[in-house]
Structure formats: structure tokens, C-alpha cells
Design a protein around this ligand. Structure first.
Ligand SMILES: CC(C)(COP(=O)(O)OP(=O)(O)OC[C@H]1O[C@@H](n2cnc3c(N)ncnc32)[C@H](O)[C@@H]1OP(=O)(O)O)[C@@H](O)C(=O)NCCC(=O)NCCS
Length: 211
């Protein structure tokens, strides 16, 4: 059963999240060609548990249609990651709700866009959005044990290693060894409240100023 009858009313069906360099927005049929081109890459698809490989336009089309429905029923909240300057489609990010009290984050970017901090920027924005708008106690993540880049993205977003196990991954034809990560709401709230301290020259005590 999906955790929410529908995603909260405060979330309009087509809302967007803007970051410094990105816009996270609802996936569209216009994304299909770019999505298929970027996801049809073993370095991308085989690191995920869900993307079929090879990945064609029909897979991308089915994904966009499925996400439209999943958003309405509150099962998933997926976004296309768009470059703010060019409007180019770069990849996808989303939250799934396997349990009522938590959301699971997943993401991928086309290989030409790796290594610029974009996944971290998108994930931080979505984590903030998730905790700000949804009644969840934690955000979890999983990655293949060999996926150092994804592990690092989660660490940079404050998720901590929890344990390892096997993930049922039909698109990979079996089970995959994975590491699991978690960010609890109180920890996220603490990071967000963390205001930088001011470093300054110490003032001499008043007694030392006296003639
Ligand atoms: C995982 C992925 C989204 C990361 O995207 P990205 O925009 O390059 O990520 P970022 O630049 O925000 O951060 C990547 C971090 O991993 C590090 N990294 C990348 N490859 C690494 C490697 N082989 N070993 C160790 N660290 C690595 C980077 O140095 C960076 O860390 P830093 O900022 O401390 O230097 C992208 O590689 C991808 O789409 N991979 C295929 C799909 C996938 O793995 N999805 C996640 C499934 S769980």
C-alpha cells in the first residue's frame, strides 16, 4: 500500500525545485530521447538496481508514464534533472516510499555530466524538500558496494552507512550486494541549523586596558 493517499496537497502536480545550477522538474515525454541516450550506457544503468540495460526509448517512455501515475498515487516522486542554463536533460532523481515512515532516494546522471557535484546538488535539494514537506522520519539510500561515486554522494548529503546486504534487482537478473545508508530527520535538522561561527581577534580584557 502506498504510504500517502496522494502526495501532500501542498505539492502541486507539476512543482519544480530550483538549485544553483539545476531545475528538478517532472519528467516529460520530451525527455524520452535524451533519457534513452544517456541511460543506455552500461556505466550508468548497471550501477542502478532498476534501469534496464540496454535502455531504449520505450523504456524511457514507460518510465515517464509510470512516474506520472506514481506521483498521483503517492508511490514515488521522480524528477528530471535539468541544467538551469541550457534546459538540457541531465538525468533523474527521485524518492520512493517503501515504508510509511521513510523515503528512499535514487539518482543517475548521464556520464558527460559526472564529476561536477551535480548529483550532490540535486540530492541535497531533494532531501531538503522531502524532510520539509513529507511526514517521514528518515531518508535512506542504497548503492552497489562497488559504487564509490554514489556512496560519496550519500556521504556528502549526510547519509550514514548502516549495513550491507543483497538487493533484489530484477533488471540485473538477480540479487546485488549493496550498502545501505540512512539520514534521520533529527540529524538533518541539526545540519540545517548549523550556523557558521564567527572567528575574530580576541579583545583584551578591560582590566588590561586600564592605565
Ligand atoms: C553516482 C552519480 C550520480 C554521481 O554523480 P556526480 O554528479 O558525478 O556526483 P558528485 O560530483 O556530486 O559527487 C561524486 C563524488 O564521488 C567521488 N567519486 C567519483 N568516482 C569515484 C571513485 N571511483 N572512487 C572514489 N570516489 C569517487 C567524486 O570525487 C565526488 O566526491 P568529492 O566531491 O568528495 O570529490 C553518477 O556517477 C552516476 O549517475 N552513476 C551511475 C548511476 C548510479 O550509480 N546511480 C546511483 C545508484 S545507487
Amino acid at each position: 500500500m502506498p504510504p500517502f493517499k496522494s502526495l501532500p496537497a501542498a505539492i502541486s502536480p507539476s512543482f519544480e525545485i530550483e538549485t544553483l545550477r539545476l531545475v528538478l522538474r517532472k519528467p516529460r515525454l520530451a525527455d524520452v530521447a535524451a533519457m534513452a541516450r544517456l541511460a543506455n550506457d552500461s556505466a550508468v544503468a548497471l550501477m542502478t538496481g532498476r534501469l534496464p540495460f540496454p535502455y531504449g526509448e520505450k523504456d524511457a517512455h514507460d518510465f515517464v508514464r509510470y512516474q506520472d501515475e506514481a506521483r498521483k498515487t503517492g508511490k514515488e516522486l521522480a524528477f528530471a534533472i535539468e541544467c538551469k542554463d541550457t534546459g538540457d536533460f541531465l538525468g533523474c532523481i527521485g524518492l520512493r516510499f517503501p515504508k510509511r515512515e521513510s523515503a528512499e532516494i535514487g539518482y543517475w546522471l548521464g556520464q558527460p555530466h559526472w564529476g561536477r557535484g551535480l548529483a550532490t546538488e540535486a540530492a541535497r535539494a531533494l532531501i531538503d524538500h522531502g524532510f520539509s514537506t513529507l511526514p517521514i522520519a528518515s531518508i535512506t539510500g542504497e548503492c552497489r558496494v562497488i559504487n564509490e561515486a554514489s556512496r560519496r554522494v550519500m556521504e556528502k548529503c549526510g547519509l550514514r552507512y548502516v549495513n550491507s546486504g543483497l538487493q533484489h534487482a530484477p533488471a540485473r537478473g538477480g540479487a546485488l550486494p549493496i550498502d545501505r545508508f540512512n539520514l534521520a530527520r533529527p540529524d538533518w535538522a541539526s545540519f540545517k541549523a548549523w550556523v557558521p561561527a564567527v572567528v575574530r581577534e580576541a579583545q583584551p580584557p578591560l582590566a588590561e586596558l586600564a592605565p
